[in-house]
Write a protein that binds this ligand. Structure first.
Ligand code: URA
Length: 457
């Protein structure tokens, strides 16, 4: 179809000040080029993103572009160009005042994933500055900021000055997402959410990496979750996403490594904000669940390696193991909480953290081996109890959640405790018990626990 600028375009252009007929034609050319499988230039992508953020390109045209991208995919060059355009649509944090290589860590989102609470103080205690922006939970996966806000007084939103000053002073700062960080991603993500274009590798990779690049760290360790509770359930998809993000990081000059980790069952035992803080405190005391400790050491070892602190990631793990054993990570967490206004008393006495009034046991319906513990069902059940949000502005209950006593591979006898539901009221608690039972399957034959890590890219 040949489109010529006629009166329709002229009328539209009069309504869009600063947007010429040539601009309008260029948008159509870009959309049709992507629709037909062509490769867009950096200039074309930059034009599209900057004009969209400026409000000069309407949502319906961006939606068409996103769907064309969803179907056709993007080359490495295009994905990098899209990431850069989104990162530069807002402020890029300058962390150069902080000496040394600054590292960041990102998880693509899981259930019971409290690793940031452990790995951040661990790595900072090893002398590698960590400057991290974290999100709130949305849907069935939790967010680090929601967990930290279970600590009374904790300030989760820092100004740019406070953020940089804290990294300089104690080597660690965590803040909620700043408004002006990759605003293009914010606008495009909202549109993807309502146009069935979320689950696209180049769109996810550029969305995540644009925010990481804008947040200013020199090195990035990515934890790409794979399994029933993850955004991308299959290993091939997780691999493709991990590779796309590592390629972007490499092409923009950030040391980037991705770990693909299992999310078929929740990580650790605790799911829910205050419950996860308690478990993170146990892990910082070297008494946490084996999977949380191991994943924290692996990710942390890679962070030390990328920061040039050790010659290989395994040495990094050894360094961190010692810090964990000697209480250094717990001490750094304490310093971090105090610096961000939190009540450190609760760290010594976790019973002071928010606690749910109803605790309902979930008992094994049969004798046998746990073959499944569906992370997606546990995540959704925790959300239904009030620990997570369905919509961005929902309020949450930091006390509620689920503690899983049985994990995949465990042998249980009928009537044995599988889990405990922590609920705000008895009715939602009872419903949650039914859902938790649905998440488990018990079989007569032994089952091997799934691997924690699939691969490192
Ligand atoms: N997280 C993001 O930040 N962006 C996506 O597209 C998906 C998950």
């Amino acid at each position: 179809m040949v489109v010529t600028p006629g009166t329709f375009f002229e009328r539209e252009v009069r309504q869009q000040r600063g947007f010429t007929v040539a601009d309008k034609m260029q948008v159509l050319d870009i959309i049709s080029k992507k629709r037909d499988g062509g490769e867009l230039s950096e200039a074309e992508i930059e034009f599209l993103i900057s004009k969209y953020v400026a409000g000069e390109i309407p949502d319906y045209q961006m939606a068409a572009f996103l769907m064309a991208t969803f179907i056709r995919g993007m080359t490495r060059l295009e994905t990098v160009a899209l990431t850069k355009a989104m990162a530069h649509s807002g402020e890029i944090l300058d962390l150069s005042a902080v000496p040394g290589c600054k590292v960041d860590k990102h998880s693509t989102g899981g259930v019971g994933d409290k690793v940031t609470l452990v790995v951040a103080p661990l790595v900072a205690a090893a002398g590698v500055p960590l400057a991290k922006m974290s999100g709130r939970g949305l849907g069935h996966s939790g967010g680090t900021i929601d967990k930290l806000e279970a600590i009374p007084g904790f300030q989760s939103v820092l100004s740019k000055g406070e953020f940089i000053a804290n990294v300089e002073r104690i080597g660690l700062a965590l803040t909620g997402q700043r408004e002006n960080l990759a605003p293009a991603d914010k606008k495009i993500y909202a549109l993807r959410d309502v146009t069935a274009t979320v689950a696209s590798i180049p769109l996810i990779a550029s969305s995540i990496m644009s925010k990481k690049i804008a947040a200013g760290a020199n090195a990035i360790v990515l934890d790409v979750k794979c399994g029933s509770g993850a955004f991308i359930p299959d290993l091939d998809g997780a691999r493709a996403l991990a590779k796309a993000m590592v390629d972007i990081g490499t092409d923009v000059g950030r040391h980037t490594v991705a770990v693909i980790s299992n999310m078929d069952q929740p990580l650790g035992k605790a799911v829910g904000n205050a419950l996860e803080v308690k478990e993170a405190l146990m892990t910082l005391e070297n008494k946490g669940p084996a999977d949380v400790t191991r994943l924290s050491l692996i990710l942390g070892g890679l962070m030390l390696f990328l920061a040039g602190k050790v010659e290989d990631p395994h040495l990094g793990e050894q360094v961190l193991k010692n810090i964990l054993a000697t209480g250094g990570a717990r001490q750094k967490f304490r310093e971090f909480v105090a610096t961000q206004g939190g009540t450190v008393r609760v760290l010594d006495n976790p019973a002071l953290l928010p606690s749910a009034p109803f605790k309902l046991p979930v008992l094994a319906p049969a004798t046998g081996y746990i073959a499944k513990l569906r992370a997606d069902i546990i995540g959704r059940t925790s959300m239904a109890l009030g620990a997570g949000r369905r919509k961005k502005d929902d309020s949450i209950d930091r006390a509620v959640g689920i503690v899983l006593e049985g994990k995949i591979g465990d042998y249980v006898q009928e009537g044995q405790l599988l889990a405990v539901v922590h609920a705000g009221n008895e009715n939602t608690g009872r419903e949650a018990v039914g859902q938790v039972l649905r998440a488990y399957s018990i079989v007569p034959r032994p089952v091997a626990p799934p691997p924690l890590i699939y691969e490192v890219i």
